[in-house]
Ligand binder design. Structure first.
Ligand code: 5BU
Length: 264
């Protein structure tokens, strides 16, 4: 199956190369799953990617939560991800002014050199997107920014008005791959999709086959429902990495997400 057939408008309207790259990988793997690889040791991370690499389309990292992080181990880890044809997404949630965000793409973790996607808040204004894009450009790489339009956690301060402003600015910005939408509330996602229109992506954390409340204010909605409501990628963490058999569960999420796209 061709990505252009399955993705329809999202494919034909895509401007950013990273959007099409994601749709191609997801189509090839028949999976709209981004694994939130929230394990705190390098060995745990390697093990996880070896188990579930074939069933996911993207790998979401928090580079600063790894206890035994080193640049060489991380390089190897990113190479492993590339072997499984995964997009690498650092969920850094940048929020500073454009110039500083640009510099924060470098530093000890050097996020610009291995990430394909990063998250950012738009709280400090639209120049953050230019800052992040120029960091990738500076090392001859391309990437896409996901702006936080919603969050999955209870009591977050991203109001309807704020969310609307993020979308209004974000849809006009070439460097924006899309938005983070709240996977725990399909009705919120539906509204977000209407606002976003057909070009930009919506990626959604806060999904789990076991719907309900998670730890420390996290909330979970149904992964299939999220895709039907307009999400293009489900971000699944503990649902997979804490499962007894991560590869079986990852396959299950992949199947549900792919079916959701076909049904949509
Ligand atoms: P979980 O184990 O499936 O709950 O992990 C969710 C991941 O998604 C975790 O890495 C969070 O940092 C990330 N996340 C989230 O849960 N909610 C949000 O609104 C955003 C990111 Br943005």
């Amino acid at each position: 199956m061709q990505a252009s057939e399955v993705w329809g408008n999202r494919w034909s309207n895509a401007v950013l190369p990273m959007a099409r790259k994601y749709m191609e990988v997801a189509t090839e793997k028949q999976s709209l799953v981004c694994l939130a690889a929230d394990r705190t040791t390098m060995s745990g991370l390697f093990e996880l990617v070896k188990e579930v690499g074939p069933y996911i389309a993207a790998l979401k990292t928090h580079v600063d939560l790894v206890d035994d992080w080193s640049i060489t181990a991380w390089e190897e880890f990113c190479q492993l991800a590339k072997q499984y044809n995964l997009l690498i997404f650092e969920d850094r949630k940048f929020a500073d002014i454009g110039k500083i965000s640009q510099s924060q793409m470098g530093g000890i973790y050097d996020i610009r050199s291995w990430s394909d996607i990063v998250t950012a808040h738009l709280i400090s204004g639209p120049d953050i997107v230019d800052g992040l894009q120029s960091a990738w450009k500076g090392v001859d790489r391309q990437g896409g920014v996901l702006l936080l339009a919603q969050m999955s956690s209870r009591g977050n301060l991203l109001t309807e008005d704020y969310s609307q402003s993020v979308v209004d600015k974000g849809v006009q910005s070439e460097g924006v791959l899309g938005f983070i939408g709240n996977g725990s509330r399909p009705e919120e996602l539906r509204v977000l999709r209407q606002r976003v229109g057909e070009e930009k992506m919506i990626w959604t954390p806060g999904v789990n086959i076991a719907v309900g409340d998670g730890e420390m204010g996290q909330r979970y909605g149904d992964p299939y429902e999220a895709i039907i409501a307009g999400s293009d990628c489900i971000i699944v963490g503990s649902g997979i990495h804490k499962a007894e058999n991560p590869s079986d569960v990852a396959k299950e999420y992949a199947k549900l997400s792919w079916q959701g796209l076909l049904d949509r």
